[in-house]
Each structure stands twice: as C-alpha cells, then as structure tokens.
Design a protein around this ligand. Structure first.
Ligand code: AMP
Ligand code: ZN
Length: 475
C-alpha cells in the first residue's frame, strides 16, 4: 500500500518514494537547548516519531538524524537579538555548554517518557563547526555570499527560488515585514552564515573570515548533509520554521550543492492552550512535570496527540487531556483482560488500520479501528495480536498495560501525599503566625497584628478569635 504524505514544498499530498531502496533518510530539527521542553515541542516530536514508526512499520530501514542547537539561534528566528544559549547562561549564571547539556538531557528524558524513539544520530552544532565552515566556503566559491562588518551573509537575491517554499511575497516583505537588520545587508531576507566581530559572544571559533560563530540555519544544512548526503528523503519540523529556518536551509544547501535538498517536507502545526499561544509570559507553558502534578501520565498526552491530524493546530485543555487519559486507561484495562496474543492478526482490521496510517498519518482514524476491534466479537487472542501489532505505530505501551496502570496509580498516590504534606507545612506556618500575632497584640501592636491575618489568608486559612483562643480554618 503506498504511503501518502503531505509535502509542504508542493502543498499537496504525495505518494512517498524514497531515493534509495535500502533506507529512508530523515532529518528532524532538534531543540534549542536553553530551557525546559514543553508540550508544544512534544507535539512536533511525537509527529516525527509517528512518521518514523509508520515508515518502519511499512518495512523501511530509517536513518533518523536530529540535531541539538547549542549556539547561534538568536531570540528571533532571523538574525536579531541575542543568542538564546547566552541568554540562558546569563540568567542561570552558568556557561552556555552547561546550559546546553542540562536542557538537552531534560529533552531526551521527556522523549523517553513520551515513547518517542531515539534518533539514530544525534548531533550538536558546536561539535560540527568545521562542517559548517566548509559549507560556507563552498557557498562563497559559488558566489552566493558577501561580507559585512558583522560576518558572512547569504545573498538571497542570487537564489531566484528563495521565496517559493514559504510563498513569500517580496513586495509585501519590502514594505516592512522582515526589515533589514543592518544597513550593510543588500536585501531584507539576507541572513548570516557566520557572525564575526561580536567580542561579547561566549562561543567563538577561528575561521578565515575571523573569529565568530555560525548562524542557526547553516547548522542544520551542514549536519543533515554530513550524515545523510546532499539530498534527503524527509525533513521535519514545526510550521514556525517554514518562512525563515527551512527557507534558509533550502537556499544554503541547494546553492552549495546544485542539487535538490529535500524531497518531502513535513511540518507539524502548533499546539495552543485554550486557543491562545502557549508562552511563559502568559503562564500557560506546560511541561510533562506540570501534567504529572495534575495526575496525568505522559502517554495520555501521546494519546491526546493521536486524536488529531498533525497538520491542524491542536488546542490543549485540561478537559481534553482528561478525556484522552480516560480513554487510554480504558484501553490499557481492556489489554489486561486479553489472553496471550495469537500468532495470527485480524487481517480486515489491519487493512483499515494501514489505510489510515498511510493516509498522511491519520492516527485518529487508526485509533477508531482499535475501538471497533475491542467492541467486536473476534477471538480474544487474535484481538491481542492485532492490537500489539498496531501499537508498533501508536507507541502506547499496550503490552505493558499493567505497569502503566500501576504507574498512574502511584502518581496519584504520590500527588495526594505531597498535597497532604504541603497542606501540613502551610498549617504549621499559619500556627506559627498565630503565635506571633498573639505576642504583637500583647504588645499592643495592633496594626502589625492585623497584617498577619493577611499573611495567614495567603496560606489558605482564615482565623477566628474566640474566648478559647484563635481558631484556624481552611478557606
Ligand atoms: P525550538 O527549540 O524553539 O527550535 O523548537 C523545537 C521544535 O519544536 C521546532 O520544530 C518547533 O517548530 C517546535 N515547536 C515549538 N513550539 C511549538 C508549539 N507550541 N507547538 C508545536 N511545535 C512547537
Ligand atoms: Zn533546523
């Protein structure tokens, strides 16, 4: 059965045809390792994991490469602002390398919890500087660069296809959208390949253009080509990368090699929270840790992602996550009741399942097949075999349903204990404050004594004075 994939490059659903018969090359833009991984990141990486699993299920051998950006990603996706790694390092009073290794480790831990398969190759930008310099040299040789006082710049006007991928409108853009960052740049879209003359930047390497550091975009071009060759089968990322990062990756790679860079581009839409953008400043940026605090296991989030199309923005709400976890628990409980799997799977269900997953990863439709199967009167051991077979793609750990259910129960218990502990700590603080208030009143410091009432309120208690003493009540 052919695999259909939506290709951002053509904006069409296409039949997947790998370049090489032996393996599929797949590159995923990794995180910029300067802060914790949030559930929006996990939406994008779950999508690439599902794609990889579908291809593996179909019998392809996958070479999956993912980078870690640990230098060069400015606070804007274009060249403006400060390097995110340096911002993180300053904030936490650590070196950029310490920041990168710490958040990188956090990221891999989160992916394991989400049952996201580890890429075959993981590459850090700081460990591939010579590959980047080599590529920039090639671009220079081919006549696509010019120098300014702040580095080596890619001349987008030399690459006629530049606006095509993101359907950029040059006329509109000129009117103001992506403005010229400095006066020396020839075109508003031009971007830095190598940044020099930044004495305060903490990460610098020698180069023929002077001491400096790479632009973010050249990292992915250099590392993907290093491990997967000049033309890749698949490149993945989130939709925010289409207009700048991936557009620039295409320009650099194709101008350096003269070959097509990527055959299939897949982009995951954004995860929003209550229909608004998830951001730290709005206080709605959630991590798996936040979910755990509310009794949700990571695979509930995975199940939630399976219920939608990766091309549609997903709206995260606690109610929706709760519905996902309820369904997953039901599924795990069903699995507990099933006998050992038979050797044979139920072909009609597998057929429907494959039709769904090969249809541009229609996971919601594939999950519907699971529920239909569970409701059916088919032989239980064949049901088990069929379910476990499908779970190679879903990644819901159905074979370990008992462990998963007990993990969930343990999480709930731990949360209850920690809630009790927190309550007791607050109660203890409030009782101490009552003692202090009593002393203040004896010293006739009534104003200060009144202020303590407010402090107690902040801890979640009210107080009532009676002839027998002060009574503490939870609000
Ligand atoms: P970054 O570390 O910012 O480069 O992001 C890593 C990946 O996560 C990129 O592919 C982004 O497109 C993706 N991403 C970031 N925020 C979200 C979000 N809210 N929803 C979906 N994907 C996201
Ligand atoms: Zn990238």
């Amino acid at each position: 059965m052919p695999i259909k994939l939506f290709n951002t490059a053509s904006r069409k659903v296409e039949t997947f045809q790998p370049l090489n018969k032996k393996y599929v090359s797949m590159y995923s833009c990794g995180i910029t390792a300067y802060y914790y991984t949030h559930i929006g990141h996990l939406y994008t990486y779950t999508t690439s994991d599902l794609l990889r699993r579908v291809l593996e299920y179909a019998g392809y051998d996958i070479r999956h490469v993912m980078n870690v950006t640990d230098v060069g990603h400015m606070t804007s996706d274009a060249d403006e602002g400060e390097d995110k790694l340096i911002v993180g390092a300053k904030k936490e009073n650590k070196t950029p390398a310490e920041i990168a290794r710490f958040y990188e480790k956090c990221f891999w831990e989160e992916t394991v919890k989400m049952n996201i398969l580890k890429p075959n190759t993981i590459c850090r930008a700081t460990e591939h500087i010579s590959d980047m310099l080599h590529l920039i040299e090639q671009l220079e040789k081919n006549g696509y660069t010019y120098k300014t006082s702040v580095g080596v710049i890619f001349d987008t006007s030399k690459f006629a296809a530049y606006p095509n991928f993101a359907k950029l409108n040059l006329a509109k853009q000129e009117a103001g959208a992506r403005v010229k960052i400095d006066k020396e740049r020839k075109n508003p879209w031009d971007f830095a390949l190598w940044v020099t003359n930044q004495p305060n930047h903490l990460m610098q390497w020698d180069s023929k253009w002077g001491k400096g550091f790479p632009g973010w975009h050249i990292e992915c071009s250099a590392m993907s080509m290093r491990y997967l060759g000049e033309t890749l089968d698949i490149h993945t990322g989130g939709i925010d990368h289409i207009p700048v990062h991936h557009t620039n990756e295409i320009a650099q790679s194709e101008c350096a090699t003269g070959k097509k860079f990527v055959n299939y581009w897949t982009h995951t839409a954004f995860l929003n929270v209550n229909n608004t953008k998830m951001s730290k400043s709005l206080g709605n940026l959630y991590t798996l840790q936040d979910l755990a605090g509310k009794d949700f296991v990571p695979l509930a989030l995975r199940y939630f992602f399976l219920g939608t199309s990766y091309r549609k923005p997903i709206n995260f709400t606690w109610e929706a996550l709760n519905a996902a976890q309820t369904a997953l628990v039901k599924l795990w409980k069903h699995c507990l009741e099933l006998p050992a799997p038979a050797c044979e799977v139920l072909a009609p269900y597998i057929k429907n399942f494959e039709e769904a997953i090969y249809d541009d990863l229609n996971m919601a439709k594939a999950l519907a097949v699971v529920w239909k199967l569970l409701e059916s009167k088919e032989d239980a051991s064949k049901k088990a075999a069929t379910l476990f077979h499908m779970d190679k793609v879903f990644g819901l750990d159905l074979a370990n349903a008992r462990t998963q259910l007990s993990n969930l129960e343990n999480l709930k218990k731990e949360n209850l204990i920690s809630k009790d502990k927190k309550y007791l700590e607050k109660e203890f603080k409030a009782l101490k404050l009552i003692e202090h208030r009593y002393l203040l009143k004896q010293q006739k410091k009534y104003q200060e004594a009144d202020a303590i009432r407010d402090q107690i309120k902040k801890l979640g208690f009210s107080i009532e004075d009676s002839k027998d003493g002060t009574i503490l009540k939870p609000i």
